[in-house]
Design a protein around this ligand. Structure first.
Ligand code: RIB
Ligand code: CA
Length: 316
């Protein structure tokens, strides 16, 4: 039976690849809806970008919702320097035919979960956690319906990518992240320690482009833009492909390894705001609340991603 999931995202080229991977896996993932949040770019663009991806993948039936346009308490910080002014640079922007649902994303999350059986829906947040935390805060009844939260966020040994201490998704809304990490439901967290192992090198982008189908071409175009900032910043051979990691884990957990530990969020100090304190060596008595993912078979990840992107050409 396909796993019921909701992807909460802020597209963003890497969010886009995560959506495409989910679209390519209908037998394993039942995508109940895509909820969008302000993050990489403002909400008006993240929701439009998510709907563009539905069109590109030929999945105009997927329901897309707009959610929170501001973090719970902090001013919105965006990342146009990485994703471009449109948030999806690398793609020619167009007005998508996939409609935006009129219902607010938080209301969709709440009523979908309230109508569901216990532990039956997996949440896959790959942007700031504002929508998820708002839903939990407004309707705690939904918690029992959450099978697991499989998220992209945080950093431990890698240090931060937005400040020395914090990864972008957590920094943008640390108060939301604090609510989520204290919610008591199982969490599988993919931070920079993991995503910095999956680099979109030129060779890998070339293999994607060589699939010779429109979705793979769009992916190669996005990744060719997405890598220009990180390759300079990290002097790496390609941009880390953050957001497809949680989706890939749902499909191929054998490619990954993690460790159960406590993850706590800094919400007081401006210097370390949004830091994920990962108690990897269990040096405190803080309760275990997450699995911190730390190792991935990167060649295997890209082989799998490419195999799934190839599916978009099979019925062309
Ligand atoms: O730090 C990486 C995360 O921030 C990714 O989810 C990327 O899309 C941005 O949202
Ligand atoms: Ca994202």
């Amino acid at each position: 039976m396909a796993r019921k999931i909701i992807i909460d995202c802020d597209p963003g080229q890497d969010d886009a690849v995560a959506l495409l991977l989910a679209f390519a896996s209908p037998g394993e993932l039942d995508l109940l809806g895509i909820t969008t949040v302000a993050g990489n770019v403002p909400l008006g663009l993240t929701q439009r970008n998510a709907r563009m991806l539905c069109d590109i993948a030929g999945r105009q039936e997927v329901r897309v919702y707009a959610g929170c346009d501001q973090p719970l308490r902090r001013q919105l910080e965006t990342a146009e320097q990485i994703h471009g002014a449109t948030g999806i640079n690398g793609l020619e922007v167009f007005e998508p035919s996939t409609p935006l649902q009129s219902e607010h994303a938080v209301d969709f999350i709440i009523h979908t979960l309230l109508d569901a059986d216990d532990a039956s829906i997996t949440l896959v947040p790959i942007g700031p956690l504002t929508n998820i935390a708002t839903a939990m805060d407004r309707e705690p009844e939904i918690l029992s319906r959450i099978e697991r939260i499989v998220l992209m966020g945080g950093a431990m040994r890698e240090g931060g990518n937005r400040t020395p201490s914090a990864e972008f998704n957590i920094l943008v809304d640390p108060h939301a992240a604090d609510i989520v990490f204290r919610c008591g439901r199982p969490i599988t967290a993919f931070g920079l320690d993991l995503s910095h192992q999956v680099l979109s090198t030129r060779d890998r982008v070339a293999r994607i482009r060589a699939l010779n189908n429109p979705v793979a071409a769009a992916t190669a175009d996005m990744l060719s833009f997405f890598d220009r900032y990180d390759t300079v910043k990290y002097t790496s051979k390609g941009a880390p492909l953050h957001d497809p990691c949680p989706v890939a884990w749902l499909l191929r957990p054998d490619l990954f390894a993690g460790k159960d530990c406590n993850i706590s969020i800094e919400t007081q100090s401006e210097l370390t705001m949004g830091h994920t304190a990962v108690d990897f060596w269990h040096v405190t008595d803080r309760p275990i609340n997450a699995t911190w993912m730390h190792t991935v078979d990167a060649p295997g990840f890209y082989d799998f991603l490419i195999e799934r992107l190839a599916r978009f050409g099979e019925h062309a």
